[in-house]
Design a binder for this molecule. Structure first.
Ligand code: AHR
Length: 489
C-alpha cells in the first residue's frame, strides 16, 4: 500500500499554461502534410490547415506554439516566406533531409494556424545566418501599426492590422547548429540583436535567449553573467534516449531494461532544471528570468523505410510515461519553468499526432496532454507519494510520481503515473473530500503498446471507476504502466 499526501493548504507556484506548449519546425512532415496541406488539397482544411489536426489540438488546449525551428530557424530568411506563393523562393532544407522547401508556409500561414488552434505564437529568429536588420524588420512586419516600410509590405500582402506576438527567440542552439558559438560571443550577439527587437504600441516582446544544451553549465553561467538584464527567459534543450546518441534505438519493440533506462534518463530533467536554476539565481536573485525548456522529448531511430532526415518515429506507452514524468517535473518547478515545448507537434520525434495522407493518429503522448490539461494556469499544491522502487538492478526509480494543482474554481487536479511495467499499486489518500465529487480518467497499456493507422484506439483515455471513498479519504488501485488524472471538485 502506498500513501498519497495532498497538502491543500500549502499553495506553491503558479503553473504557467505554456508548460503545455509545443514546437513545430520545417522538418520532415511536421509542417507540410502534418499541419499544412494547402488550400487545394483534398484533405479537409481551412485555409490550408488540416482540419482534423487543428480540432485535435484545440481539444488539448495547446497554449503556445514555437516556429520555425530548431536548427531551421538559423537558416530561415523570413522574407522568403511572404507574398504571392508562386513567387516565393524555393530552397534546400539542408538540415533536414535535403528536400525542397517551397516556403508556401510562412509568417502569415503560421499566424493563421495559431489563430485556428487558439494558441500564442512563439517565433524563433535567426542569429546564426541572419542579420540584425532582418530580425528587426521581422518584428516590425509582425507588430507595427502605423506608417513604415514593413507595415506597408504587410498590408500589400493582405494583412492591414499587425498581429500580437509576445514570445520571440533570439537564435536557437547557437552553441551548435545555430553558429557553433562560444557563450561569450553569443552573449554579446544576443545583447546586440535584442536591442533592435522593438516593442511597438502595446505589443511587449518577451525576449528569449538561447540557453544551454543539457548540462552545459558554463553556457548558462556566461550568458547569464553578461546578458541577464536584457532577457526575459533562457532556454534549455534536453532529449531523452537510451544508450548512445550515435546508436539510436528503435521506438518500438524494446526490452523492459531499455524501458526503465529511458525513464531513468528522462528524470535527469529534474537535476538539470535545479542546477541551471541555481546558476541563474546567482545572476538573477529575484528569479525575474524564466527558464523555457523549448525542446524536450524522446529521440529514437527513425521508422524503417523513412527518410533519416525526417526524424519520424512511433510513440508508445513508454513515450507517454516520459511525457507524464516530465510534465510533473515542470509543474513542480513552475517557480522557474515558465514554458516548455515538446519536440515536435506532428510526425517528428515525440509527436502527439501522426498523419499519413488523410489519416490521423493520436499517440499515447497526446493522451497525456489531454489528462494534464487541468493544470494549465492552476496553482501547484504540495503533494507527495510514498512509493516502492520499480525497475531493474541497473535502472530503477520510484514506481509512482505525482503532481497536484488547484485551479481558480477550487478544483483539485492530481496527475499520477505508475511506471512499473508489471506491478499494480494500491494507493491510499487521506484527503477530506468535504462532500466534493471525485472522478478519474486513466491511460494504461503494456510498455510497448502504441496506436497506428490500422488500430487507432489501442491506447486511449478511459473513465476510471475504481476510486473508493470513505470517511478517511479515498483509495484506488493503479494498474501497471498507467497514468491517471484525478479531479476533486
Ligand atoms: O528537434 C529537432 C532538432 O533538435 C532541432 O532542430 C534542434 O534545435 C535540436 O537539435
Amino acid at each position: 500500500m502506498s500513501k498519497l499526501i495532498i497538502n491543500k493548504e500549502q499553495r506553491k507556484s503558479f503553473i504557467n499554461r505554456n508548460i503545455y506548449g509545443h514546437f513545430s519546425e520545417h522538418l520532415g512532415r511536421c509542417i507540410y502534410n502534418g499541419l499544412f496541406v494547402g488550400e487545394d488539397s483534398e484533405i479537409p482544411n481551412n485555409k490550408g490547415m488540416r482540419s482534423d489536426v487543428v480540432e485535435a489540438l484545440r481539444k488539448i488546449k495547446v497554449p503556445v506554439l514555437r516556429w520555425p525551428g530548431g536548427c531551421f530557424a538559423d537558416e530561415y530568411h523570413w522574407k522568403d516566406g511572404i507574398g504571392p506563393k508562386e513567387q516565393r523562393k524555393k530552397m534546400i532544407n539542408t538540415h533536414w533531409g535535403g528536400v525542397v522547401e517551397d516556403n508556401s508556409f510562412g509568417t502569415h500561414e503560421f499566424l493563421e494556424l495559431c489563430e485556428q488552434i487558439g494558441c500564442e505564437p512563439y517565433i524563433n529568429g535567426n542569429v546564426g545566418s541572419g542579420t540584425v536588420q532582418e530580425m528587426s524588420e521581422w518584428v516590425e512586419y509582425l507588430t507595427f501599426d502605423g506608417v513604415s516600410p514593413m507595415a506597408q509590405l504587410r498590408a500589400e500582402n493582405g494583412r492591414e492590422k499587425p498581429w500580437k506576438v509576445k514570445y520571440f527567440g533570439v537564435g536557437n542552439e547557437n552553441w551548435g547548429c545555430g553558429g557553433n558559438m562560444r557563450p561569450e560571443y553569443y552573449a554579446d550577439l544576443y545583447r546586440r540583436f535584442q536591442t533592435y527587437v522593438r516593442n511597438y504600441g502595446d505589443n511587449k516582446v518577451f525576449k528569449i535567449a538561447c540557453g544551454p544544451n543539457v548540462d552545459d553549465y558554463n553556457w548558462t553561467d556566461k550568458v547569464m553573467a553578461s546578458a541577464a538584464p536584457f532577457m526575459d527567459a533562457l532556454t534549455l534543450h534536453f532529449y531523452t534516449f537510451p544508450g548512445k546518441w550515435f546508436e539510436k534505438q528503435p521506438a518500438l519493440g524494446f526490452e523492459k531494461e531499455t524501458y526503465y533506462e529511458t525513464l531513468k534518463r528522462t528524470c535527469y530533467m529534474n537535476e538539470l532544471i535545479e542546477n541551471h536554476s541555481r546558476i541563474m539565481s546567482r545572476h538573477d536573485p529575484e528569479n525575474r528570468v524564466g527558464l523555457i525548456v523549448d525542446e524536450w522529448g524522446t529521440w529514437f531511430k527513425v521508422e524503417p523505410g523513412t527518410n533519416p532526415g525526417f526524424l519520424y518515429q512511433q510513440n508508445t506507452m513508454r513515450d507517454a510515461m516520459v511525457a507524464a514524468l516530465n510534465l510533473n517535473i515542470f509543474n513542480r518547478h513552475s517557480d522557474r519553468v515558465i514554458m516548455a515545448n515538446i519536440a515536435q507537434l506532428v510526425n517528428v520525434l515525440q509527436a502527439p499526432i501522426l498523419t499519413e495522407g488523410d489519416k490521423m493518429v493520436l499517440t499515447p503522448t497526446y493522451h497525456v496532454f489531454d489528462l494534464y490539461q487541468g493544470h494549465q494556469d492552476a496553482t501547484l499544491i504540495d503533494s507527495y507519494v510514498e512509493s516502492t522502487v520499480a525497475g531493474t538492478e541497473k535502472f530503477n526509480l520510484p514506481a509512482l510520481d505525482v503532481s497536484t494543482s488547484v485551479d481558480n474554481q477550487g478544483v483539485v487536479h492530481v496527475t499520477i503515473a505508475n511506471i512499473s511495467a508489471d506491478d499494480a499499486q494500491q494507493i491510499d489518500c487521506p484527503f477530506a473530500l468535504d462532500g466534493k465529487n471525485i472522478s478519474a480518467r486513466i491511460l494504461r497499456g503494456n510498455i510497448n503498446d502504441y496506436n497506428d493507422f490500422e488500430e487507432q484506439n489501442r491506447v486511449r483515455v478511459e473513465n476510471y471507476t475504481g476510486i473508493r471513498v470513505d470517511e478517511n479519504g479515498f483509495s484506488f488501485l493503479m494498474p501497471a504502466c498507467s497514468i491517471m488524472e484525478i479531479v476533486i471538485g
